[in-house]
Write a protein that binds this ligand. Structure first.
Ligand code: HEC
Length: 168
């Protein structure tokens, strides 16, 4: 009888542990990528203009700027981005004021990459997210980062999945 009790007790503990670890794991992997507050004060890596003839124009047409935090700047220098690196791709509409000048228009979205090799090991150690327009909370990607972002960035495995480079 005593044996039966201790067995049942042990089984209950195991069940509790399973539910608990499942809950904690689920919670941490689902935590959304935070909005990169203040990124416009970070290092400006580069700017480019994508024109209407580009095969990705539907999505990327406009002026984009790329910004990196201090940790990501170490990655641009060494080719290996440490955990905590954050890079932001800031895409703006073009606003054609005269026939010769192209200025920045409204923000289309920002794309964010954040390095946490443990948490995002299935996507090269990078978490990917997109924030719509000027919104700090409207996320377009959530759990679709592999198909919507990483499958293309995977081409750049030789430079830690980062396309751009920093020119001094
Ligand atoms: C079709 C390919 C493709 C897809 C899909 C794509 N990217 Fe990129 N991404 C690029 C290219 C090319 C650059 C470099 C642009 C430049 O150098 O001006 C880039 C640059 C970036 C950068 C700046 C760091 C770097 O790699 O140069 C970030 C951040 C970024 N993308 C995030 C994302 C996110 C988030 C998604 C998904 C919403 C995404 N990307 C989807 C091709 C892609």
């Amino acid at each position: 009888m005593k044996m039966l009790y201790s067995k049942t007790f042990a089984m209950l503990i195991c069940l509790f542990c399973l539910i608990y670890t499942g809950f904690v794991y689920h919670e941490s992997s689902d935590k959304p990528i935070p909005y990169p507050e203040g990124y416009r004060y970070w290092t400006h890596v580069k700017t480019a203009i994508i024109g209407p003839e580009n095969h990705s124009a539907v999505r990327f047409q406009g002026i984009h700027h790329i910004y990196a935090n201090d940790k990501a700047m170490k990655g641009y220098a060494t080719g290996k981005f440490p955990d905590g690196s954050i890079i932001v791709f800031d895409l703006l509409e073009t606003s054609v004021e005269t026939t010769s000048d192209i200025l920045e228009g409204d923000r289309k979205f920002i794309d964010v990459m954040i390095k946490d090799s443990h948490r995002y090991d299935s996507t090269g150690g990078w978490g990917f997210e997109e924030f719509n327009g000027n919104s700090l909370t409207e996320r377009n990607i959530l759990h679709l980062s592999k198909s919507k972002c990483f499958n293309c960035h995977a081409k750049k495995s030789s430079s830690d999945f980062v396309f751009s480079s920093f020119r001094k």
